[in-house]
Design a protein around this ligand. Structure first.
Ligand code: ZN
Length: 150
């Protein structure tokens, strides 16, 4: 029985991987002013605009830095604070729980597997399957829903 559940997670991840083959979310950027990291994430375009704005306001010790390619390890999905564009991220255990709650809330809705953003969000949860023991059962339920909706 246990074997079957694990297979749903693998099967769901395979479905999501296929849908995300040609898809990549932008890497987050962040601002460093006078040697201090400023809170908030930007897409590259908005980061550049903010950089120019701060420079025009007289800041000279400025840097726009790129986060690593897997993004922040975060409690929530990451968005650009200016344009709200979704940026790449990896979920913490808290983040996995909160995302599982989010999808469970819409339990009676079909998953939007035609949306690559939704597929990315689902993969971000299931990618942590082997790490977060407490959430395994809920992840298996979600995986079953993905396999059934595909
Ligand atoms: Zn932006």
């Amino acid at each position: 029985m246990k074997e079957n559940k694990v297979n749903y997670v693998d099967a769901a991840l395979k479905i999501l991987e296929k849908k995300l083959e040609d898809f990549e979310l932008p890497t987050p950027y962040y601002m460093v002013v006078d040697g201090h990291d400023f809170e908030g994430d930007y897409c590259y375009d908005c980061g550049l605009k903010e950089y120019d704005k701060l420079r025009n306001e007289g800041n000279t010790d400025l840097a726009l830095r790129r986060e690593c390619s897997s993004g922040y390890i975060s409690d929530t999905p990451t968005h650009c604070q200016e344009c709200q564009k979704m940026l790449t991220y990896t979920l913490t255990e808290e983040g996995v729980k909160s995302e599982l709650n989010h999808f469970d809330y819409f339990n009676d809705h079909e998953l939007a597997l035609n949306s690559q953003h939704e597929c990315f969000a689902l993969r971000a949860i299931l990618n942590r399957y082997h790490e977060y023991e407490d959430s395994k059962e809920d992840m298996e339920k979600l995986a079953f829903r993905i396999v059934s909706s595909a």
